[in-house]
Design a protein around this ligand. Structure first.
Ligand code: 3HC
Length: 678
């Protein structure tokens, strides 16, 4: 097998080049080739400096994740990098694309780093439930200081070359199109000088002078890192860089890394990494399917959903024509969009110019005719089949042939909507989640007749607008809401049987969800879909509405809220629920947190199994992608289906039986068979 590493001589500079598509992951062959090349340079008197660069779209994007969990084959990355750093001849990393994880650690082991302006550098290991494992947590703080290192190692988000230069991670920004030549010139300019080694740096002394730095940083990240093991380990490792010798610090990093690597969180998060990428692929739609160009988008409805959906496209530079029924509604909707953008600008995440650029791409209209030349029209109107059919009938008349017509419905039959047009092949569901400009998930609903190129186009577009997409077949509630309804059903039943509603919420919070079902009800508004007749009370929700407990916006819903929106359980609501339970003759009993957890989560897994059996999801991991991105299922468990496999499908079956809940045949078969959904 030919090595992915080759070398080229440029006078007295050896250029070491990696060609390991798609992202130059640092697999065994790459590591071995790199080590050999460095050793070649060391032993060759004609070579006085080394440049390391990559072919293709990026500098090394990290260790090869597919090797994780398999028996290691040397040389390992730390020893490869130690060889590199030990060189007395200057070694320069020439960076383009994304120098991530192990790739950033390669750069740190080099004596100098030059990068093109578009390059990004980062240590995203925490996103895989890990910390850097090739001395990144020890070299980086010594090079840039603990304060600058913490957000990189703990947050895991990459930074631009310019920012990296600002903190001392990059030495020089070079020409976008002249990386190799500029890197060679840079390397030549360093010949004969003593080489600076990151492992010998002293910038980490900021963390020695101010040891509270680490606690302050941890406190500032509390909400983001709740429940995750890796960020705390990352803080510990960076702290060790200040309190220990380099060799001891590296040992500490290795201990933390090894512990995380063998834990369930990292396994779950690595599963998710591949799940997200798999979800974008559609089994029977070939990769090279020609796409429909999307240069102009129409959105029907300027309410919360329509406005949020439009912002996704505007932010990506795609013009949007937004349609409403009245000037008032149109003005209100576009006004809210502008306000949202301005708030983002106030937080420093956008410039005033970018706000104007985005809003400048928006065309408000009251006429369907203005949608005629759109390549994609997304309907975000009231959830009524009659209304949707009317809208699609009109769209079919005015919008050009070949354009995609999408519905944002969250549960209606997309096949029936498609049948209201003469072009059902071009009709698809695009289910965004509220707030649509922020939530990552896009559920793409594939109708019976939806064409392959329409699906491929929508999947590609989802990436352009920064969404994570998963495909669902047509069934009530699709993947996400269909499973949610099972959880909600149990939540409602539990409070009728004696569980306190705040305990139900607490169980989900403890599991790692950002909120429970009753908190969610309060946030969304209890009065959604309410008939507005206080004398007609047939459910707990109607009873709450009848006494003005509409949710957070009214200062009271299931909970009472103070001015800071802090919630406390309400005696009034407890009484309402008790009265309901008495009326329905429901016996009250103590219900353990364990029972609550099992009854909320196990039926979701059962429903997920049915979704798989019916072919409504292509693979179990797509269901995980939906629940992690759309409903706050904790990432560190890998999603409902992966979590179920982790605790054992037989445990789920037994639990469902114990609580007298239905068990699908498919779940039973899988539990009795491989214990696996895939
Ligand atoms: N190992 C193995 N495969 C990888 C990989 C990696 N580190 N990074 C990406 N890939 C694969 C993807 O699975 C995908 O495969 P597919 O085409 O078969 O689905 C392919 O490369 C392309 O990836 P993307 O679809 O994600 O391409 P993008 O252009 O959208 O993004 C990227 C490129 C920004 C590099 C993104 O892939 C990414 O973020 N990769 C992971 C980076 C990372 O986490 N690095 C740290 C690894 S852990 C580590 O280094 C430990 C060390 O400290 C010891």
């Amino acid at each position: 097998m030919t090595s992915p590493i080759r070398t080229e001589r440029h006078d007295n500079v050896l250029v070491v080049i990696s060609d390991n598509p798609p992202v130059n992951a640092l697999g065994q062959a790459v590591r071995a080739g790199l080590k050999d090349a460095i050793e070649e340079a060391m032993s060759d008197d004609g070579i006085e400096a080394v440049v390391i660069r990559c072919d293709g779209r990026t500098f090394f994007a990290g260790a090869d994740i597919t090797e994780f969990g398999k028996p290691p084959v040397g040389p390992n990355l730390p020893e490869t990098l130690d060889t590199m750093e030990a060189s007395d001849k200057p070694v320069v990393a020439a960076i383009h694309g994304t120098a991530l994880g192990g790739g950033c650690e390669v750069a740190l082991a080099c004596h100098y780093r030059v990068a093109v302006p578009s390059a990004k550098l980062g240590l995203p290991e925490v996103k895989l439930g890990l910390i850097p494992g090739a001395a990144g947590t020890q070299r980086l703080p010594r090079l840039v200081g603990a304060e600058a290192a913490l957000p990189l190692v703990v947050g895991g988000n990459p930074i631009s070359a310019k920012k990296a230069q600002g903190i001392g991670l990059v030495d020089e920004i070079v020409g976008e199109d002249s990386l190799e030549a500029d890197a060679i010139a840079f390397a030549k300019s360093k010949i004969g000088q003593p080489v600076p080694r990151a492992s010998e740096g002293t910038a980490n002394e900021d963390g020695v002078r101010d040891p509270d730095l680490f606690d302050r940083f941890r406190a500032s990240q509390a909400r983001k890192i709740r429940g995750f093991d890796a960020p705390n380990a990352a803080i510990e490792a960076v702290k060790a860089a200040g309190t220990m010798s380099y060799a001891e610090g590296v040992k500490k990093e290795r201990e933390l890394f090894t512990e995380l690597m063998s834990g369930t969180q990292s396994a779950a998060m690595r599963h998710y990494f591949f799940a997200e990428r798999a979800a974008n692929k559609i089994d029977d739609v070939p990769k090279d399917t020609p796409l429909i160009p999307i240069e102009k988008v129409g959105v029907i409805g300027a309410g919360t959903m329509g406005g949020g959906i439009s912002m996704n496209f505007l932010s990506a530079g795609i013009p949007v024509t937004i349609l409403e029924m009245s000037q008032d509604a149109l003005d209100r909707g576009t006004g809210t969009m502008r306000k949202n953008y301005e708030n983002t600008a106030k937080k420093g995440r956008m410039t005033a110019d970018q706000v104007e650029q985005a809003m400048g791409l928006l065309t408000p209209t009251l006429s369907y005719d203005d949608l005629a030349d759109c390549d994609l029209v997304i309907e975000a109107v009231y959830e009524s089949m009659d209304v949707k059919k009317e809208v699609f009938g009109k769209l079919d008349e005015v919008v050009k042939q070949g354009a995609i017509l999408a519905s944002n419905t969250s549960y209606l039959d997309v096949n029936e909507i498609a049948a209201a047009t003469q072009r059902p092949g071009y009709v698809v569901g695009m289910h965004f989640f509220s707030p649509a400009n922020i939530m990552k998930l896009l559920e793409v609903v594939r109708g019976e007749k939806t064409r392959g190129d329409v699906l491929a186009t929508v999947m590609k577009l989802s990436k352009t607008i920064g969404k994570v997409a998963a495909v669902s077949g047509v069934c009530p509630g699709f993947i996400g809401n269909r499973m949610l309804s099972k959880r909600q059903g149990q939540a409602n039943a539990l409070i009728m049987e004696g569980a306190n509603y705040w305990e139900v919420d607490e169980v989900l919070l403890d599991f790692g969800f950002p909120m429970g079902p009753f908190q969610m009800g309060d946030l969304a508004g209890i009065d959604i879909g309410w008939h507005r007749d206080p004398s007609k009370v047939t459910t707990v929700r109607e009873a709450l509405c009848a006494v003005g407990r509409f949710g957070q916006k009214a200062g009271k819903g299931f909970y009472d809220y103070d001015e800071a929106r802090q919630r406390t359980p309400s005696d009034e609501v407890k009484q309402i629920i008790a009265d309901f339970a008495a009326k329905e003759g429901k016996e009250q009993r103590e219900i353990s947190k364990n029972e609550i957890r099992e009854r909320l989560l196990y039926p979701m897994v059962n429903e997920g199994a049915k979704i798989l059996e019916e072919g409504m999801a292509q693979r179990a991991s797509d269901i995980d992608v939906v629940w992690i991105n759309g409903y706050g299922w904790p990432l560190y468990t890998g999603g409902p289906m992966f979590w179920a496999q982790t605790i054992g499908l037989d445990t789920i079956v037994e639990g469902l039986e114990k609580h007298g809940l239905p068990v699908s045949n498919y779940l039973r078969e899988r539990a009795a068979g491989s214990g696996n959904f895939d």
